[in-house]
Each structure stands twice: as C-alpha cells, then as structure tokens.
Design a protein around this ligand. Sequence first.
Ligand code: FAD
Length: 490
Amino acid sequence: MNKFYDVIVVGGGNAALCSAISASDNGAKKVLLIDKASKKDTGGNSRYTTGSIRFSYKGFSDLKKLISNLSKKNIDFGSYPTSAYLADMQRVTNGKTDPVLSKLLVNNSFETVLWMKKKGLKFTPIYSRQSYKINGKIKFWGGLTAEVEGEGPELINSLTRIAKKQKIEIRYGCAAKKIIYEDNLVKGVEVLANNKINNIYSRSLILACGGFEANPEMRTRYLGAGWEMAKVRGTKHNTGDGLKMAMDIGAVPYGNWSGCHAVFHDMNGPEFSDLKISNRYRKISYAFGIIINANGERFVDEGEDFRNYTYAKFGKEVIKQPQQFAWQIFDKKVKKLLYKEYQAPNVTKVTAKTLPELVKKLKGVNSEQALKTIEDFNNSVNEQVKFNPTIKDTKNTEGLSIPKSNWANKIDTPPFEAYGVTCGITFTFGGLRINPKGQVLDNTMNPIPGLFAAGEIVGGIFYFNYPGGSGLMSGAVFGKIAGKNAARIN
Ligand SMILES: Cc1cc2nc3c(=O)[nH]c(=O)nc-3n(C[C@H](O)[C@H](O)[C@H](O)COP(=O)(O)OP(=O)(O)OC[C@H]3O[C@@H](n4cnc5c(N)ncnc54)[C@H](O)[C@@H]3O)c2cc1C
C-alpha cells in the first residue's frame, strides 16, 4: 500500500471527485481519494441529490452544447446570464456572499459543467420541477434548468468511473483524523481504517469532506438551541471532521456558521436519511397552501418567492416554533400541483371533508385558533388577481400581519389535506476561508502551504439561504480549481 502521494483528497462526494479528477488532469500522477463511508455508502450528500446543478447559460445554443439531443420545439428554455446568477446569489444571501468567491462560482459555472460533460457526465433538462406548460408551450423558470441524468447516484457513479479511468486510487472506510502539519507545511493526513491509525503523506491535501450537519453537538453549538432535534436529510458522515482538523492547525473559520440549508421534512422521518427514502420526506410545495404551528398560527409568508428561493430557509423557521413542528394545509384545487413526494407511502397526513373536522385531526395543534387562522386567511385573499403558479402572480392577502404575497388561494374546496412537518437539515453554510486558488487561509489571512478545500466545507459563499442547485455547482467549480492548484504544487 502506497504511503506517499502527490495529492490526497478527503471526501467521496462531488467536490472530492471533481478535485481528484482535476488534480489528475493537471499533472498529479499519484492521487488518492479517501472516504470515511463504506463503498456502499460513499458519495456523501452529493449522492442524495436530484443532481440539479445551477449554471449560467446564454440560451438554447449553450444548453445544446451540454445536452446534445436537445430540441427547442415547443419549449422555451429562456436564459440565465451571469448577471442574473450573481443577482440571485446577492439577493438570497442578503448581499453577504463573498464577492470574489461568488463571482468565481458564477463565472466558472458554465465552463465547469461543460468540463463535467466532456469527462463523461450526462445532463438532462429538469422538466418535472422547473418548467410549466403554458398555452401548449413548455416554459422553464427560475434559472435552474438541468440535472445530471440518473440524479445523485449516477453523478457519483460516473465521477467514480472517470476517477478510476484516470488511475486515481480510492479507499473507502478510511477516515481522516488529523492533518500532518510540520514546519508550517501540510505533509499528509493521519487516517483510521480497519481499526488502525496510519499516516499517509502527500505534497498537498484537499479537504472536501462536507459540513457539520450530521453532528448534533456542533449543530446545537453553532446553529443554536433546538437544532439537535433536526432530522438529517443526507449522509450521517458529515460530522465536521475536516473543519475541526483544519482549525486545529490554524485555519480561519469563515461565513455563516449559524446558518444552514434546511427544509420542511416529514415530522416522523428517521434521524438520518438513506438513499431510498431521502427526498420522500421533503415537503416543499407549501407555496400553494398555508402552514400553521402548534399554536394554530401562520409563521411565514408561504408565497414570498418561488420555491427555489425560499425552501432552504423556511425549514429552519420550524425549529423556532413550539415543539418544532407544523402542518401544511391544502385543498383539492391545488392537489395536482403538489410534488409527488406528498403521495409517498408513510407520509404524516390527515384528510377531512370540512375545515372544523380537519383542524381537530392536527395532532398537537390548538384547533380553535387553527380554524380562526384559516378563516382569517380565506377572508383576506385578494380575489381581483387570477391564480397562476407559473409566475409570481401577486395574488396576495390583504390585512394579515403575516401576509401571503403570491399564490394566495382560498382554502375552501374539500377534501382538505394536511401534512405534518418538522425541520430536515441539508447542509451547513459556515466553513473554511479559501482564496481564489482554493488554498485554505490561516488567521493571518495567508495560505496554509499545501492545504486546499472545496465544496460544502468552504465558508463565505452561502448565507441565510442558497439558490437551489448551487451546492453541486460550488463543489464542482472549487473542486476543479483546488485540484488544479494542488497538482501544481508538486
Ligand atoms: C437530500 C439532499 C438533496 C440535495 N439536492 C441538491 C441538488 O439537487 N442540487 C444541489 O446543488 N445541491 C443539493 N444538495 C446539497 C448538496 O448535496 C451539497 O451541496 C453537495 O453535495 C456537497 O458536496 P460535497 O462534495 O462538498 O459534500 P458531500 O457530497 O457531502 O461529501 C462529503 C464526503 O466527505 C466524507 N467525509 C466526511 N468526513 C470524512 C472524514 N473524516 N474522512 C474521510 N471522508 C470524510 C463523507 O463520507 C462524504 O463522502 C442536496 C443535499 C441533500 C442532503
């Protein structure tokens, strides 16, 4: 077994695989990738994704470069210029996103997906979640247009195949424990595999081993009280190891350490997810109904924006509610608009023919107040505007202390349905500080020689919220950059 490499990459998800492939592309001959997870569980959160990836494109001709058999007959793919992507990054992060890193992410996004395609990945338009049919024509919305064919599992399988083809060595069940750091230089990593501690040496080390979302102690410490209660939507392996190891040798923390991506998730879901059930527990069609807490009150503007721009931040609102749960309520009119996971087996759901009957079935809820909330909501709906789910239709409520700004339909057509939800954490936003070369900075803002980072472990890019599909894009862009620069150290 080799003990010396040009580049070692810690992690087995999208960012790690892109880093390793890029290092190999750029001349690193001996590249090792280690994943704490077993071969069966490898792939991190990346494997749990639907493979949706957000990149800028000028229009159909750009998309055609990515998806060869694409046709525009009766389809309006629109465009997503870099200016729109940057504006989305600015808007959803309240202007906090690091200007240099977010520009790098956006400006390199198209070139990086093309690189992934050239390497062997296949992409396909996201017809089911990102387009609507209007007057016989399919129209894409929200800037997020393509996903990896075969979703997260195929993303990981394809990248792994490519890595193996490029002779990158992969060790599963091999956990990084400590960075070997001597004379102000990173020299490799101490690992635990098969119950044995070993040192593996390298000229450079890339940390791509995720955030701390699967660590209840760190969640509570950094995200706040109540967060130990959240359910984990992805891998159980992202326990903040890379963050701790790097900070132990002086890496500076950066970004939104009290922030994370979290969504409404079935209140009876398991502690951690597994691949078969992950997205089945997600409940993100709330824009077409209302959400009430245990007190029987609404607590967010369900129609504030398109689902893409609110789902990542609304999940955490439920942690702040009494007993950390809520119910999403819909009527028959909108049932056809709900994502298919609402119909999955074992969802926490109640139905009723009348609203008084429905509120009595909402476990743990003040039913009297819940009924009043629904009635007040119904009485406040602006009937002058026509409901249109394909645009921000401005069909709003009037006079409520918490408004609903779009898609405010009366809840008046039986049968009524309610879905019990809590918070499912996806990934954390706080991380390490990197420079545009992907080098990890220390607390004097200088690079730690030999140390790079990519993916979820990087801080400063997402604050409060994130535009859906930019997690994978960030891992690919910064993985490609880190791999290239880590290879050049040699
Ligand atoms: C259910 C779900 C759906 C999602 N859908 C999307 C989507 O469609 N589009 C999108 O852009 N984003 C999506 N995301 C977010 C996305 O998954 C992440 O932003 C992205 O995958 C992060 O990639 P990564 O490579 O940095 O981390 P990960 O893919 O999580 O990989 C981290 C890796 O590090 C390994 N590891 C951890 N600790 C150690 C250690 N000590 N030693 C060795 N290895 C270690 C883990 O085992 C894992 O292999 C989704 C997330 C979830 C959970």
